[in-house]
Design a protein around this ligand. Structure first.
Ligand code: FMN
Length: 266
């Protein structure tokens, strides 16, 4: 999918909890399986596809499959899971499927029984995937309204912002506002200092790191759409080729005078 198509999917996406009674076709399951394999190969994560997800969920209706989002017990693996999981979500949404990230309202024991979790790995969440009607059901509208009562604008996600955000980062942050997060809490703290964007969450060994990885992908897609190619590093910094900051070392007062004098003599 192109960058533009991913952004279209961001605008189309909302969490879906009412699915059609028809299970996913074999051909779709095969595509999902290939996506899961590709993600695992690229990232070292342990995502797994479960074809019939229905028994493990109460507040979701209809039939659906899910991807169990698993990996090592580290902050980095959780962030990566958010990032890669959301890339699957956006591809599904673009192709007309309904999705929902779930880390709370499911029967974990049933999921453990359905997957084959390697030792020392953790199940962080699942991504539900199924067929949906275009319009939200009454239950879905209720959930949406309840979780979107107090939307946090991106300005409130900034802890430090030492100058006005350039338009390309403003746009990227607008896409972060559209990122799913558990209970829509939008927990990532951002800082913009010395032309560099940095993010972090308070409890890195929780699903807040999934939220951070999801936000990272949305931000990266937004920046790329505005011509800023970059990647998030392991310290939560968005590193770009064209936003590198080269700073002169702090000059002593005397040296500053000398430089000025030299300039005047030229
Ligand atoms: C990591 C994560 C965990 C979530 N867990 C649940 C959950 O347990 N149950 C649920 O109904 N929705 C869950 N959600 C969906 C959020 O409630 C939803 O993304 C948020 O309210 C924003 O709504 P939207 O996705 O429609 O934009 C989760 C989302 C994320 C990213």
């Amino acid at each position: 999918m192109t960058n533009e198509e991913y952004i279209k999917a961001i605008d189309m996406r909302t969490s879906r909890r009412t699915y059609k009674a028809r299970a996913l076709d074999k051909s779709i399951l095969e595509v999902l399986k290939n996506m899961v394999d590709a993600v695992n190969e690229a990232s070292g994560l342990e995502f797994q596809l479960v074809e019939d997800g229905t028994p493990a969920f109460k507040i979701f209706s209809g039939r659906f499959s899910y991807i169990a989002v698993c990996g090592e017990d580290s902050e980095a693996a959780r962030i990566k899971s958010g990032y890669w999981g959301e890339s699957i979500v956006l591809q599904c949404v673009y192709h007309g499927l309904g999705t929902c990230w779930v880390s709370g309202t499911y029967d974990e024991n049933k999921v453990y029984k359905a997957i084959d979790l390697p030792k020392k790995h953790r199940l962080y969440a699942v991504i539900v995937v199924g067929y949906v009607k275009d319009k939200l059901s009454a239950k879905e509208k209720l959930m949406y309204n309840a979780t979107h009562k107090n939307n946090k604008p991106y300005q409130k996600m900034f802890e430090v912002c030492d100058k006005k955000l350039p338009p390309y980062y403003e746009y990227a942050m607008k896409l972060v506002e559209k990122a799913p997060s558990a209970t829509n809490r939008r927990p990532v703290h951002f800082r913009y200092e010395d032309d560099i964007i940095k993010g972090y969450v308070d409890e890195p060994y929780s699903d807040k790191s999934l939220d951070f990885g999801i936000a990272q992908l949305h931000f990266q897609l937004g920046a790329a759409a505005k011509g800023i190619k970059g990647e998030w590093d392991n310290n939560g910094r968005f590193c770009t080729e064209n936003a590198k900051v080269i700073k002169f070392p702090e000059a002593e007062n005397d040296e500053k005078v000398n430089i000025q004098e030299d300039n005047e003599n030229e």
